[in-house]
Design a protein around this ligand. Structure first.
Ligand code: HEM
Ligand SMILES: *[C@@H]1O[C@H](CO)[C@@H](O)[C@H](O)[C@H]1NC(C)=O
Length: 513
């Protein structure tokens, strides 16, 4: 009797469970279908999504740049400000019109001051930096750091950069002497690593002299993401508060320890030895001790902690070294492809050196054609291919009844805009003349945004441009470049790299001038 009722109960239990699961599946499907009709319901043109990646299934085999360029081209239409796409199950708005880009980045900035990236100040202090912080915290920090990036400060750091560039030239000469083809992407990353290591950490890190140097290794590990890392980052992005409560860390432990120690040691060394180098670290230490930075009133902002300094030095490094080195890599690629342009660029360097006498700050800034070449490379290959903003309050799109809801993400498709024939005729052609004032002044201001724009644009713009200019000037003055036979044209963009990069690096045949 008891056994029978137990069986009966077990049977009922099973039926109940099956119903339960069916209802849950049904609800999930209903919810997802509803979710994937988000844009359709609002009358926004969209790309149909499929479960579970939304519109991201194309990421297998291509980079985010060309994927979003495809969306942009499909969605763009007359007087159309935005289109709708899905990242996983999240609706994301993609800006299609340059006036709307300007609204997002500049005019209506108060709705779009956050990126919605994950950070965890307590458990993963290095993540709490300028790139990720939000709201008032970000604003205070940005105000504190802005004085470290003025053109005056760039000028005082200039000699540090040229001394790295001289080492760079010597180690490239040694490599050229072996007569073999050279992979320049890695070489240039070593140059920018040394520049930022010197200026942000005050280290002579010598990764140029020794490719296996710790700094370079940790830097590489900081930007390389294993699949687990990617899942963690995405989890943090989607469920920020929960992830923080779960103490989720996204920076590898050894990387975190290495940079923390490097900063601690640098600070202790400076405070003991009273050495002054006029670099980022000097300025960060001043902020820590709330000493006035000439011409700036920072007193009311309060001091920075050691952890905060470390996080900023870390982001200067991570945000600065690969972006700048890829900008130079692609510039060299295009100049190696076109001997005439290369000769013109070299002549520009030599002319400026002749009229200024040596590689001074003024000489570098007089090299207008070099600037055009770098900008055209940033146009054709923007290292950061899309800019994201998170909506902080319900935002009504001007001139329409579409409301972007709080917490949703908006994407500015930098790469797609830079390749739009409406702004750049024959977009695949590399043509530095596009940046001559007569052509540049005719374009919409938002048609060239490799550093973003508005209050949240790249704080390192001047620094990044300066190190690229110095690097290109030293290279062109001393070497001639040709594509090596193993380099394929057109270049293949590495689909697995977040920052735009050539697949397999860039191999060049280099000779001394
Ligand atoms: C060619 C070189 C570089 C490129 C193309 C580049 C590009 C960018 C872009 C597109 C953004 C986002 C802008 C936005 O959302 O509107 C950004 C932000 C940022 N970049 Fe750069 N960057 C470069 C070099 C550097 C360097 C050298 C540093 C540091 C020394 C740096 C530090 C930062 C920081 C801290 C942010 C976050 C700013 C904030 O949120 O307030 N970048 N960069
Ligand atoms: C090149 O790009 C930089 C950074 O966006 C900008 O400040 C500069 O004005 C540009 N130069 C020219 C000649 O367009």
């Amino acid at each position: 009797m008891a056994v029978q009722s137990f069986h009966q109960f077990g049977f009922l239990y099973q039926i109940m469970w099956i119903h339960f699961v069916l209802i849950a599946v049904f609800l999930a499907i209903f919810w997802l279908r509803n979710r994937y009709s988000y844009w359709e319901k609002r009358g926004v043109p969209y790309i149909p999504a499929s479960y579970p990646l939304g519109n991201l299934q194309g990421l297998f085999g291509q980079q985010l740049s060309t994927l979003t360029k495809g969306f942009y081209e499909k969605l763009k239409g007359p007087a159309r400000k935005l289109g709708g796409i899905y990242f996983f199950i999240n609706p994301v708005a993609i800006a299609l019109d340059l006036e709307f880009v300007k609204d997002i980045l500049i005019k209506d900035f108060r709705y779009f001051h956050d990126r919605g990236l994950y950070y965890n100040e307590k458990d993963d202090p290095l993540t709490a930096h300028l790139l990720t912080l939000e709201g008032n915290k970000w604003k205070t920090l940005r105000n504190k750091l802005t004085p470290t990036f003025t053109s005056g400060k760039m000028k005082t750091m200039f000699p540090l950069i040229t001394s790295v560039a001289e080492h760079f030239q010597q180690s490239l000469e040694a490599a050229v002497a072996t007569g073999q083809d050279i992979e320049v992407k890695d070489f240039l990353a070593r140059y920018t690593t040394d520049v930022i290591g010197t200026c942000a950490f005050g280290l002579e890190c010598n990764s140029l002299a020794d490719p296996k140097a710790k700094f370079r290794e940790k830097g590489r590990r900081a930007v390389q993401q294993s699949p687990i890392q990617v899942i963690k980052v995405f989890f943090g992005l989607t469920f920020g508060d929960l992830a923080r409560r779960m103490h989720l860390r996204v920076i590898k432990k050894d990387v975190s320890e290495f940079f923390m120690n490097a900063v601690k040691q640098a600070v202790e060394h400076r405070e003991h030895s009273k050495e002054v180098r006029n670099d980022f670290m000097d300025l960060l230490i001043k902020l820590k001790n709330t000493q006035p930075i000439e011409g700036e009133n920072i007193k009311q902002l309060g001091p920075l902690t050691l952890n905060e300094i470390a996080a900023q030095a870390f982001v200067f490094f991570v945000a600065g070294f690969e972006t700048s080195s890829t900008a130079m890599t692609f510039c060299l690629y295009e100049l190696a492809l076109n001997e005439e342009l290369q000769e013109k660029a070299r002549q520009n360097v030599l002319d400026s050196l002749e009229s200024h006498g040596s590689m001074t700050y003024e000489a570098i800034y007089d090299m207008k054609y070099i600037e055009n070449c770098i900008n055209e490379s940033l146009r054709k290959y923007p290292p950061i291919t899309n800019i994201f903003r998170c909506v902080s309050n319900n935002y009504q799109v001007p001139g329409s009844d579409i409301v972007l809801e709080k917490g949703f993400r908006v994407m500015v498709p930098v790469y797609a805009i830079h390749h739009d024939p409406e702004y750049y005729p024959k977009p695949e052609m590399y043509d530095p003349e596009r940046f001559n004032p007569d052509q540049a002044n005719q374009r919409h201001h938002m048609a060239f945004i490799p550093f973003g724009d508005g209050p949240r644009s790249c704080i390192g713009l001047r620094f990044g441009m300066m190190q690229a200019r110095v690097g290109m000037a030293y290279l062109l003055k001393n070497f001639r470049f040709k594509l090596a036979s193993r380099t394929c044209t057109p270049l293949v963009i590495d689909p697995s790299s977040f920052i735009m990069a050539p697949k397999g690096g860039l191999w060049l045949q280099i000779d001394k001038v």
